[in-house]
Design a protein around this ligand. Structure first.
Ligand code: NAP
Length: 377
């Protein structure tokens, strides 16, 4: 079978995997194609927790035509010992050849299913469109390999690199299609995270208005727990919907009265101080690195870090950012005191700047989306 045909089939498996629900966290995106030469005879994807493995869906659709066919998978199948397991059913259906984009790094799998297929006499090849499969499953891979959430730093800014005016106005820098895109993005992440100054200046709701979108956790980094109780982050996205899940992260134990008031407003409070970060104002800030471990234990596998500049700078310095997305609007704001997307101290020399890899860009309405990776899995 030609490489081009294999590549075409694997590209279809990736496309099928993307049709799953927007957020299936903490599970990975999976897609399966069964083909007899050029003819697709079965397809399957992982839709939600209760659904069967995509390989089983594809086998059922293929029926007798699975005999002697090729199975294309973006992720190694789940491992199980029994005759009812996915691998056993692939073998029993008479599949002759399996093409897998990516090994599953889950310690319960990690090559064992591939080995089982080979032992049963199937021809197995790995690595086709692996990079595409890795990107599709970057949240899952970060969770499995590092037990930390995948963090994407998002900034909306003007052409001259300002994310707010000197009066702190950052409303509607970007166009309506871009703001819609941000809602779609939120639907894909487990949590959205902002600093307390953004709450104080903008009072965003951080809701998710995308079709089929579920409300992500709203996380506010707030050393002293000074978030106003009537902040919009505590409000429902739509009347009748459940209260949005909110986490306020402090760096100090709050008095019981304040703690109870925050809980009553709907917040879970996590205290996570960085003891080495005592500033001239004599209180510690939040330990962002340790916070990632705590959030991962709550099954939060992806975070959209929406700002502001002080928190973005601290997150980059703490090494917790994996990917960056800049939404650039065709506007010039100007002003020496106007805020830029990454504040903090910055680097002293250009050679110390953070390199962004695998850069890509595309238009979004009248704006431009520029994205790339700080660290690649
Ligand atoms: N265009 C955009 O994309 C966009 C998005 C968001 C915000 N904004 C704009 O950004 C501005 C606010 O940004 P900002 O830089 O002033 O503040 P920020 O990043 O929203 O919040 C920073 C604050 O978070 C708290 N914090 C606690 N632990 C921290 C840690 N480890 N590292 C860093 N901060 C920690 C600190 O306050 P405590 O010490 O009190 O805890 C710190 O001052 C507003 O003007 C808003 O309009 C623009």
């Amino acid at each position: 079978m030609s490489d081009t045909l294999d590549t075409r089939m694997m590209a279809r498996a990736l496309e099928v995997a993307r049709t799953g629900f927007l957020n299936i966290s903490p599970d990975p995106h999976r897609g399966a194609i069964i083909a007899q030469g050029e003819h697709i005879v079965g397809e399957g994807y992982f839709a939600h927790k209760e659904s069967q493995d995509p390989e089983i869906h594809a086998l059922k659709a293929a029926g007798e035509q699975a005999q002697g066919a090729t199975l294309y998978l973006i992720l190694e199948p789940a491992y199980s010992l029994g005759e009812e397991g996915t691998v056993a059913q692939i073998v029993a259906a008479g599949i002759r050849r399996v093409v897998v984009a990516l090994r599953d790094p889950n310690p319960n799998v990690n090559g064992r299913s591939i080995q089982k297929l080979k032992t049963a006499g199937l021809e197995v090849s790995e690595g086709l469109l692996a990079s595409e499969a890795r990107h599709l499953n970057e949240f899952y891979l970060k969770d499995m390999l590092m037990r930390r959430p995948f963090v994407t730093m998002l900034s909306a800014m003007s052409l001259d690199g300002k994310m707010a005016t000197s009066m702190h106005d950052s409303q509607e820098i970007t166009s309506a299609p871009t703001r819609e895109y941000v809602h779609q993005l939120r639907a894909q992440y487990d949590a959205v995270m902002i600093g307390i100054n953004t709450v104080m200046h903008d009072n965003p709701q951080l809701s998710c208005k995308a079709l089929r979108g579920r409300d992500p956790w709203r996380i506010v980094i707030d050393s002293q727990g000074r978030i106003p109780l009537n902040s919009k982050v505590f409000q429902r996205s739509h009347p009748g919907q459940p209260r949005p899940p909110v986490i306020v992260v402090t760096a100090d134990d709050l008095p019981d009265e304040r703690l109870n008031a925050l809980r009553h407003a709907g917040a879970e409070v996590i205290c996570c101080p960085d003891e080495d970060s005592m500033g001239h104002d004599c209180y510690p800030r939040v330990d962002l690195d340790r916070l990632m471990l705590l959030l991962n234990r709550k099954n939060i596998t992806s975070i959209l870090l929406e700002g502001g500049g002080t928190l973005r700078a601290a997150a980059l310095k703490a090494g917790i950012v994996d990917k960056v997305q800049f939404l650039v609007a065709p506007k010039i704001i100007g002003g020496a005191m106007a805020k830029s997307p990454v504040e903090g101290e910055g680097v002293s020399f250009v050679y110390e700047a953070i390199d962004v890899k695998s850069m890509q860009w595309r238009p979004l309405g009248s704006d431009l989306l520029i994205e790339g990776y700080i660290s690649e899995l």
